[in-house]
Write a protein that binds this ligand. Structure first.
Ligand SMILES: Nc1ncnc2c1ncn2[C@@H]1O[C@H](COP(=O)(O)OP(=O)(O)O)[C@@H](O)[C@H]1O
Ligand SMILES: [Mg+2]
Length: 380
């Protein structure tokens, strides 16, 4: 029986739970040529969602979707070759068509194409041009040119979009993108990534070029009931079973975090012969701790004494009033100004997020791990 739970890479099809509302929203926006900016903490399922929506959207007649990831992109020039390649590919069906599009529309940049054979043909595109001054606008306009020529509605999804803020002269580049993209009638964009703070700055600061570029979605976690059903259904596809109650326990302890629900469910599934029980649940908690231990030690070691002190506050269940004198004294936090600084720095590190006056850990497993650590330290 093979493992039905997947984590660590984007999921789709039967491995993808629900998110009907968000998929429909992305598709409706694309159909109406509205761009979307998608923000959430890492591992909440942005890449999976966009890919799933892309599959559904591109199966509609007259719609094409280009997906690209800027994870490895370090400069404007690199961006142009990735961008051009994915757009050429998304608007054509086969290698011959791609080559023709490249020679019809991009020959002035002295393109170099290389093909790698294999069951799924791979190819790459680069340009032999040093000066990018007049280069950008033709590439940035290519989507509209091709969409019109091929009578398509084109959606371009760019993952890890915040990486463009590492480009030299990034602001000028953003301005260039915005000025061309906002006038494209048959093209819309889905811009998203994992560095929430950077993306929020890119999209919500008035002074930034992408301010009000489109519809901003703050992705939520997946609904508890949907995840319970997902876990139960996955157990059943392999001939094992789990009660609704225990499935609920998995999802609740992992606080509906999609990645961790899949990882935890995987351990419970592995520790179950036929029907999951409390024993397999308890053993799986240990497996979770073990598998994450070294990563957490590393994260923990990067924290200052003050930051650790503040983690203790949260682990003791204090939810607000962090700048009160008794809290500052008990946890040795210095001053209220210092507490505010600590909170900001930990938010910057994406350790937790602030929801109104309440503070929540982003990583539910790190929280469990920390609580255990502090308990052990108290006992010593
Ligand atoms: N809709 C979903 N249904 C089930 N599991 C999901 C879903 N979305 C995400 N996951 C789980 O979360 C993990 C991280 O998802 P991913 O899409 O890579 O997140 P992000 O791009 O936000 O970092 C996936 O490997 C998978 O285990
Ligand atoms: Mg992702």
């Amino acid at each position: 029986m093979s493992n039905p739970f997947i984590f660590g890479k984007p999921v789709k099809g039967g491995d993808f739970a629900n998110r009907r509302k968000e998929i429909n929203k992305l598709i409706t926006n694309a159909e109406n040529n509205i761009s979307t900016m998608l923000i959430s903490p890492r591992r909440w399922g942005k890449s999976s969602l966009v890919r799933q929506a892309s599959v559904e959207l591109s199966s509609k007649k007259g719609f094409a979707v280009a997906n690209m990831d800027m994870f490895q992109t370090r400069s404007e020039n690199e961006f142009y070759s990735v961008f051009a390649k994915e757009i050429v590919q998304a608007t054509g069906n086969k290698i011959e068509e791609w080559s023709k599009t490249v020679s019809d529309f991009l020959s002035m940049f002295r393109p170099k194409i290389s093909f790698q054979g294999g069951p799924v043909p791979e190819w790459s595109l680069s340009f032999d041009v040093e000066d990018t001054r007049n280069f950008g606008q033709d590439i940035l306009n290519l989507p509209q040119v091709l969409a019109e020529k091929k009578k398509l509605n084109l959606t371009i999804c760019i993952d890890e979009f915040q990486n463009l803020s590492h480009f030299p002269e990034q602001l000028a580049f953003q301005k260039r993108c915005r000025s061309f993209w906002q006038n494209q009638k048959n093209v819309s964009y889905v811009l998203y990534g994992s560095k929430r703070h950077m993306l929020r700055d890119l999209f919500t600061k008035r002074s930034m070029p992408f301010y009000k570029f489109g519809d901003i979605i703050f992705l939520e976690k997946i609904n508890l009931t949907e995840l319970e059903e997902f876990v139960q259904m996955k157990f059943e596809t392999t001939g094992k079973s789990i009660s609704r109650e225990l499935a609920n326990k998995i999802v609740s302890v992992m606080e509906c975090n999609p990645y961790y629900v899949q990882q935890f469910a995987y351990y419970v599934w592995q520790n179950t012969a036929k029907k999951a029980n409390n024993e397999s649940f308890d053993k799986s908690i240990e497996d979770m701790m073990n598998s994450n231990h070294y990563l957490f030690v590393k994260d923990f070691e990067s924290l200052s004494e003050n930051q650790i002190g503040f983690m203790r506050v949260l682990c003791d269940g204090v939810e607000k009033g962090f700048t009160r004198g008794e809290v500052i004294q008990k946890y040795n936090l210095g001053s209220s100004a210092n507490v505010i600084k600590i909170i900001e720095s930990l938010q910057g590190k994406e350790v937790f997020e602030k929801l109104g006056s309440k503070i929540e850990f982003i990583d539910p497993v790190f929280k469990i791990w920390l609580k255990r650590l502090f308990r052990v330290q108290v006992r010593k």
